[in-house]
Design a protein. Structure first.
Length: 373
């Protein structure tokens, strides 16, 4: 092997890029004076493409694989220009590797609230955010339009431009779709797919494909969300009068099972009942026609008694029913009773208006049968 053959072997280049990052899109192969020797080996890995620029003009684009680079028609001067014929005419150009894999989890969001007219709430302000994925599909266009001659270009260089494009088009699409605010969550997927298709022509200008557009959240202002929470709570409770009656009945049942601690609670319930009676009386008085002179007192209502028997609440009983229960022995002197207006449950014998039921004389005995003849 001659001297020139030995030297020529030392200048045969192996051009390749082992990407150790997660966000690099374009990387320039560094070579002194950008000189590449005839016969150099170009290795392009999967998810990569190699772009050659000569004197600022786009040259060949190489796909994945091993390529042997040769040329006889680029007579340029290098540091070895005096020996160029001995070394197989080295040529000079820029070599860029472009990553063609998908770049995922790229964030987008509205910088300012979006004003829109909602059919239920009227004018409202909305904010939205999400993520998207993109992939370089035309490396030559991407290098010419975006990265240029940058030696190392990553996703941060294009993120702001893509984010502005997505936010602006999203706001426009949201206004055109006229979807009520409460129905937006059910249309996230449809909106994302529709926007992904409509935005693709704009990404084609950069040699990029928008592979996924995801909407993670569309939110209302905080004060509107609080108002919606209050409205939802009222909807869960339903009819307020029925709810109040239900809570009162439960409280009475609890006190029947816990006589010792029911005094204070009984007073509270009695107050609630008195308030309801007074409210009903005032409402009746407001609806009744006004008569000259003094208005008659309200019609007295029959007394309704409640009894606590074996841990259960019985009643209500009027006066006749109470007398029958005393005679049958269902209600004794020790039975705890309560009526509206009483502060607590009280033994039946200690209630003055019922004490007479326990002191009544026994009924007449049945007549004696006639004597046998």
């Amino acid at each position: 092997m001659g001297l020139f053959d030995a030297i020529r072997g030392q200048f045969l280049d192996v051009i390749q890029w082992e990407d150790q990052t997660q966000d690099t899109i374009v990387w320039k192969f560094q070579r002194r004076d950008n000189a590449i020797k005839n016969g150099a080996q170009l290795i392009v890995r999967e998810s990569q493409k190699a772009v050659f620029l000569h004197e600022g003009l786009l040259g060949d684009v190489f796909s994945p694989g091993r390529h042997r680079l040769t040329t006889n028609n680029i007579p340029i001067l290098t540091s070895l220009s005096n020996w160029k014929y001995a070394f197989g005419a080295p040529f000079q150009c820029d070599t860029f590797f472009v990553s063609t894999r998908q770049f995922t989890n790229q964030k987008w969001g509205t910088r300012n609230p979006i004003m829109m007219r909602d059919p239920e709430f009227g004018p409202i302000r909305l904010r939205a955010f999400g993520s998207y994925c993109f992939q370089v599909t035309d490396p030559g266009t991407f290098v010419k339009q975006i990265s240029g001659t940058n030696a190392d270009y990553d996703t941060a260089g294009i993120a702001a431009q893509f984010r502005n494009m997505l936010s602006a088009r999203f706001a426009d699409a949201l206004g055109e779709m006229q979807i009520p605010a409460l129905d937006l969550a059910a249309n996230y997927n449809e909106m994302g797919d529709d926007l992904c298709e409509k935005l693709q022509p704009e990404f084609d200008e950069y040699g990029v494909s928008l592979t996924k557009f995801l909407i993670e959240n569309i939110s209302l202002p905080e004060e509107v969300e609080k108002a919606l929470d209050t409205r939802s709570s009222m909807g869960v409770l339903g009819n307020m009068n029925t709810y109040t009656q239900f809570k009162t009945a439960n409280a009475i049942g609890d006190m029947a099972q816990n006589e010792g601690g029911g005094g204070n609670m009984m007073g509270m319930i009695a107050g609630v009942n008195m308030g309801q009676v007074m409210g009903g009386t005032m409402q009746q008085g407001a609806q009744a026609p006004q008569q000259p002179g003094v208005a008659p007192p309200p019609i007295p209502q029959p007394v309704q008694w409640f009894a606590a028997v074996n841990g259960q609440q019985l009643g209500p009983f009027d006066g006749n029913a109470m007398a029958q229960n005393v005679q049958s022995g269902q209600i004794t002197r020790e039975t705890m009773l309560w009526k509206q207006g009483m502060a607590a449950w009280t033994a039946a014998a200690q209630i003055p208006e019922l004490a007479g039921l326990f002191n009544a004389p026994p009924p007449m005995p049945p007549p004696m049968p006639p004597p046998m003849p």
